[in-house]
Design a binder for this molecule. Structure first.
Ligand code: MG
Length: 312
């Protein structure tokens, strides 16, 4: 049977229970609580053991695995052992009122980079779970768009920043790495959302980590920005934090929308990603509109440009 067992402190069980408060079931004997979602049954025992059963067992268990006292003998040690640094989040932040940030479009030849920040209070968690907020990598684009619309309609505080291709290419020529661009975009998204929710301050800010925190800080300093307070970095954060998951959905939905808009403007369908289909489309664009037109639609320093030229 598909299941995951983790071992956590008693106090953490309360946090887990709170998280699943809208899914509680009658408590079996020997247990502290049982909850049932569409894909997973969660049972927490007085011994500190928490059992996740069902098709969604891995996804649900992963939310709490950073608290797993038995994790050093589990198979999950690569991410926890390697990723820990002084900005690694304490497990308490996942159940706090926190802000999460994530981006989309960085690996795609065509289209902008979009970065979103979302502020989630604990009261909003059941709603977000109900509409299916989870790691956007597990969802198809139409579903992402549908969920993003619901998030926006609910007036959940969020911010969105986009770096369009002409500016991207300018910065790249000036010597900015993509890492620096992402850093500054995440910073802007955080600042924008901080202003929006002012005077409320999030208990923490969690960035879906794309570089070492030291590199992030250096990029900020190079633009005379300082690191926001209570900021944490974690890889695969969208699996742990619903705020980061919501941000990943908003960022991706915005990217998808921008790609539709750009395709319409270009008069031909611009594929996502960086595959051979992308090379072929780029070569069609060059033939029809000239090489300069790529500035409008693509991240021209990608190897796809050279590959596209080979088709000419
Ligand atoms: Mg990410």
């Amino acid at each position: 049977m598909s299941q995951t067992v983790i071992l956590v402190h008693k106090q953490q069980i309360e946090n887990i229970k709170k998280y699943y408060s809208s899914n509680l079931q009658p408590t079996p004997s020997g247990a502290i609580f049982r909850a049932k979602t569409k894909t997973c049954t969660i049972t927490a025992y007085k011994s500190g053991k928490v059992l996740f059963q069902g098709t969604g067992h891995e996804i649900e268990a992963r939310r709490w695995q950073s608290n797993d006292l038995s994790s050093n003998k589990s198979t999950n040690k690569t991410s926890s052992a390697k990723a820990k640094h002084s900005y690694y989040p304490p497990s308490t932040i996942f159940t706090s009122n926190h802000m999460g940030t994530d981006e989309a479009g960085t690996g795609d030849y065509f289209g902008p980079i979009t970065v979103a920040a979302v502020y989630v209070t604990q009261e909003q968690v059941p709603f977000l779970r109900e509409i299916g907020v989870q790691d956007s990598k597990n969802l198809k684009d139409p579903k992402i768009t549908e969920i993003a619309k619901k998030i926006v309609k609910e007036k959940l505080p969020y911010s969105l920043v986009k770096l369009h291709n002409p500016q991207y290419n300018d910065l790249q020529v000036k010597g900015w790495s993509q890492g620096k661009m992402k850093t500054i975009l995440h910073y802007y998204a955080i600042q924008k959302l901080m202003k929006k929710i002012d005077p409320i301050k999030p208990e923490a800010i969690l960035v879906d980590q794309f570089s070492e925190p030291g590199v992030f800080i250096r990029h900020l300093q190079s633009e005379k920005h300082s690191l926001p307070e209570n900021i944490y970095f974690m890889t695969k954060a969208e699996s742990y934090s619903i705020a980061v998951a919501a941000a990943s959905i908003i960022a991706r939905a915005s990217f998808v929308l921008e790609m539709d808009r750009l395709s319409e403007e270009a008069g031909l369908y611009l594929p996502k990603g960086a595959s051979r289909k992308v090379d072929e489309t780029a070569s069609t664009l060059i033939k029809e509109k000239g090489r300069e037109s790529l500035q409008q639609y693509a991240k021209v320093h990608f190897a796809n440009t050279t590959k596209a030229e080979a088709y000419l």
